[in-house]
Design a protein around this ligand. Structure first.
Ligand code: AIR
Length: 395
């Protein structure tokens, strides 16, 4: 008997088994693909759901090689793979997307600031710190932010300094550990925005509407898409800036440009991420093409998808672990949530609940910003805390 030929479907490898890989796998299923992930443990959010898992560390070349075997594209759910290892994989023929020359700008804030300054993109005043005492002169009496150049996310590695003593302590601690540090002015801002785009190797670019992001303790808690009341000119300038950065840096895949809208209505680039990003979770239920599908299309060099919103407003609220884990199981919380807010679209990551940890998100679409924010926030708080913010009691 002849063997049934298995049709060749593309294989994409994603390094990191977190929620971003989990949701990328979800998009891969609809495209008839399987996403292979390199996960640290079989319990990682993506390792729970994809059959093709390599267990290992993203700093182990052999593990990366095993994950890369036979892959049409090799991409990331976080930006921490050392670029020298990526160079080795490229030399062995692996299609790394985004390539290390681009990715380094999302890994290292000093490299990113220098490059952005070079190409004339708007950035805050900054300086590399080689000794903690330099911070005083830089600050000149004004408030500063101190950051480690590498390794931080969700507020880690960033200190919005209350005073100079605190800023110097943070700098000396990190410098002593051999971690490069930079200092930046605290930008007087109206709010935070994010411009999310994707770029394919062919050079096609696509931008979603610019969103407003709300952070608490350095963690994104809420996203409103599109950013309410944003001036059309600023919105289009932000989109153009993100598309230009994607092209100039040679990004392949999704690029998130985190921005400050300053008190006087200008834009300043805060950070870059080259992967699906929290500011794009709303696209799963609020746009014609989700960021996860778009990332796959981009790394495989397919034509990109339509980025238009499907409703006037989408609000995304993160489900973030509170100080205590509620006695009520998640399943029961979900049951109650659906009883009360049936149009809440729930995305849970299969993560152990810990204080301050993102364990899921809620999307709600509609047309009134204030109502949607209240409902999405209430739904997310219920799922993490098992308590209704308006005191409602279902029993
Ligand atoms: N992530 C990576 N950089 C920023 C974010 N949000 C996602 C990735 C990663 C996961 O968060 O999907 O794998 C790690 O989450 P945690 O809570 O385990 O630290």
């Amino acid at each position: 008997m002849n063997a049934v030929p298995t049709p060749k479907t593309p294989l994409v490898t994603m390094i990191g088994g977190g929620q971003l890989a989990r949701m990328t796998h979800q998009a891969a299923i609809a495209l008839g693909q399987t996403l292979r992930v390199l996960a640290v443990t079989p319990d990682d959010p993506a390792a729970q759901v994809t059959p093709d898992v390599v267990i290992g560390s993203h700093t182990d070349l052999d593990a990366l090689r095993r994950a890369a075997e036979g892959a049409d594209a090799f991409t990331f759910d976080h930006e921490h793979v050392p670029t020298d290892l990526l160079e080795k994989l490229i030399a062995e023929g692996v299609n790394v997307a985004p390539p290390p020359q681009a990715l380094v700008h999302a890994q290292d804030k000093l490299v990113m600031r220098r490059k952005l300054a070079d190409i004339g993109a708007p950035i805050p005043r900054y300086a590399e710190v080689s000794a903690a005492a330099e911070i005083d002169a830089f600050a000149g009496g004004r408030p500063v932010v101190v950051k480690t150049a590498r390794g931080g996310y969700d507020g880690r590695g960033v200190l919005i300094a209350n005073d100079l003593g605190e800023a110097r302590d943070f700098a000396s601690r990190n410098l002593a550990a051999g971690i490069p540090v930079l200092v930046e002015e605290q930008v007087a801002m109206r709010r935070e925005l994010a411009a999310l785009v994707a770029r394919s190797p062919f050079g096609q670019g696509a931008a979603w509407p610019v969103v407003e992001t709300v952070q608490r303790d350095g963690i994104c808690v809420e996203v409103v898409a599109p950013a309410p009341g944003l001036d059309d000119e600023i919105a289009s300038a932000a989109e153009q800036l993100a598309l230009r950065l994607a092209a100039e840096l040679g990004v392949v895949g999704v690029l998130a440009v985190e921005l400050f809208e300053t008190a006087d209505g200008a834009l300043v680039v805060n950070e870059l991420a080259m992967r699906p990003h929290n500011s794009g979770h709303w696209t799963m239920d609020g746009a014609r093409t989700s960021q996860f599908e778009q990332h796959l299309r981009a790394v495989l060099d397919y034509p990109l998808g339509d980025t238009s919103p499907i409703a006037p407003v989408t609000v995304m609220a993160n489900v973030i672990g509170g100080p205590d884990k509620p006695a009520m199981e998640m399943d029961e919380r979900l049951h109650h949530l659906f009883g009360r807010i049936p149009d809440a679209k729930v995305h849970l990551y299969g993560k152990e609940q810990r204080p301050g940890r993102k364990i899921g998100h809620i999307n709600i679409v509609g047309d009134d910003v204030a109502t949607l924010r209240e409902r999405a926030g209430r739904a997310a708080h219920w799922l993490s805390h098992a308590e209704w913010t308006d005191g409602w009691d279902g029993h």
